[in-house]
Design a protein around this ligand. Structure first.
Ligand code: NAI
Ligand code: ENO
Length: 356
């Protein structure tokens, strides 16, 4: 089905990651980017090859350019015959669909899609072959969409290790406003509080504020396009957040009833977070954590993981924090509840400093 190969347009973070994952699955991938140095870096990384004038039309173009450029690029690859069908990976779906429809009479050869995986680093340098592993990949066909393009986009999603999900473009944009775009803005607002903060305060920052603000490091130009294209749905979520913020401000007053409400708000945070999907999209599972203090020297982590493996424990997740100013790290290993006791004993026996 993808025997004629895939054309990836836009060899930044997403395009190069798609190329690396498809190459690993044996697909012929040709690459295109308006910036020669970016294209050459993606080729050097093994994400695909340069296009050739002798190439037959690609089975599918995967358009991985910023949202406002998607319509023009999809119309170009389909009308030039560079690809028979096209999909895109933009973080919004209503805008690209409208732009493709406005530019192409046979827009049924396009289906919008969105892998729910990314990083806060732009460009091919941040690309990873396993970026999409176990992540949802949303496809948004409508009644005009040709089944061929859906089949091909589905094949790409599966070959890169993602789990395909189908929804309408409107449902998609509403969902990502809640789970991606509004959270991005909350992270940005908290990170922006640090800009003029005194250095002696910022110095105390630990992994908590780093976790909460991680996505705020994303490319401001790309995110401005994403948010402008989904402004309506994002405003709706932020209006609810503003209402909650007002309630929170009142709950921080010093009265007994305010204190009870503050507790209720904290409880709703725990409850909401527990609804986040767990590893590989499975239902959220509470893991048990084993924390080990590790010397910050070469080979320690490899030795620790070997000892965890020897103890028969499966690592469900792992976090590493470095103690500021000390040659020590704290490794938190999440395992299935029940296995933590045996693991703790086994690691202590092997001489590790396991936190109580
Ligand atoms: N960054 C992320 O975490 C995620 C991004 N996306 C979506 O993926 C798309 C790409 O984002 P990134 O890879 O992060 O951006 P990026 O900035 O790393 O890469 C975009 C690339 O597109 C190229 N480009 C721009 N216009 C072009 C055109 N007309 N023809 C050919 N190449 C062109 C740029 O030169 C650049 O190399 C965006 O639509 C974004 O919404 C989707 C999921 C996650
Ligand atoms: O870094 C993360 O956790 C993300 O959620 C990345 C991300 C960014 C943009 C998207 O459209 C989809 C995923």
């Amino acid at each position: 089905m993808l025997a004629d190969g895939v054309l990836v347009v836009g060899t930044g973070l997403l395009g190069t990651s798609v190329g690396l994952a498809l190459r690993r699955a044996g697909v012929d991938v040709r690459l295109r980017d308006t910036k020669a140095e970016v294209l050459n870096e993606a080729i050097r990384m093994g994400a695909g090859r340069a296009e050739s004038p002798d190439d037959a039309p690609a089975a599918l173009a995967v358009v991985a350019v910023p949202p406002e450029a998607v319509g023009t690029v999809v119309a170009d690859v389909l009308s030039s015959g560079d690809a028979s069908y096209a999909t895109d990976v933009a973080s919004v779906k209503v805008l690209p669909a409208a732009e493709v429809r406005a530019r192409l009479a046979d827009s049924g050869r396009y289906v919008g899609s969105h892998p729910m995986a990314g990083r806060e680093i732009s460009g091919p340098g941040g690309a990873l072959a396993d970026l999409f592993e176990g992540r949802p990949w949303v496809l948004c066909p409508d009644d005009q969409t040709d089944q061929q393009v859906v089949t091909r986009a589905l094949a790409v999603a599966r070959l890169v290790g993602a789990s395909p999900v189908t929804m309408t473009i409107d449902d998609h944009d509403a969902a990502v406003a809640l789970v991606s775009h509004a959270p991005h803005l909350v992270a940005v607002l908290m990170a922006a509080r640090l800009v003029d903060a005194p250095a002696h305060e910022v110095r105390l920052a630990g992994p908590g504020v780093a976790d909460v603000t991680r996505v705020a490091a994303g490319d401001p130009a790309l995110w401005t396009e994403i948010l402008a294209a989904n402004a309506h749905a994002v405003r709706s979520v932020l209006t609810d957040v503003r209402r909650d913020l007002d309630r929170l401000l009142a709950a921080l007053e010093t009265s007994e009833s305010a204190r009870a409400d503050l507790y209720q708000i904290m409880r709703s945070g725990v409850e909401g977070r527990s609804r986040l999907p767990g590893k590989h999209g499975a239902e959220h599972t509470e893991f048990a954590t084993v924390a080990v203090v590790v010397d910050d020297r070469p080979g320690q982590l490899a030795k620790l993981f070997a000892d965890v493996g020897a103890a028969g424990a499966n690592v469900e997740d792992v976090r590493i924090d470095h103690s500021p100013g000390q040659p020590l790290g704290m490794v938190e290993i999440d395992v299935r509840p029940g296995t933590d006791v045996t693991l703790r004993d086994a690691l202590t026996e092997r001489g590790w400093n396991v936190h109580a």
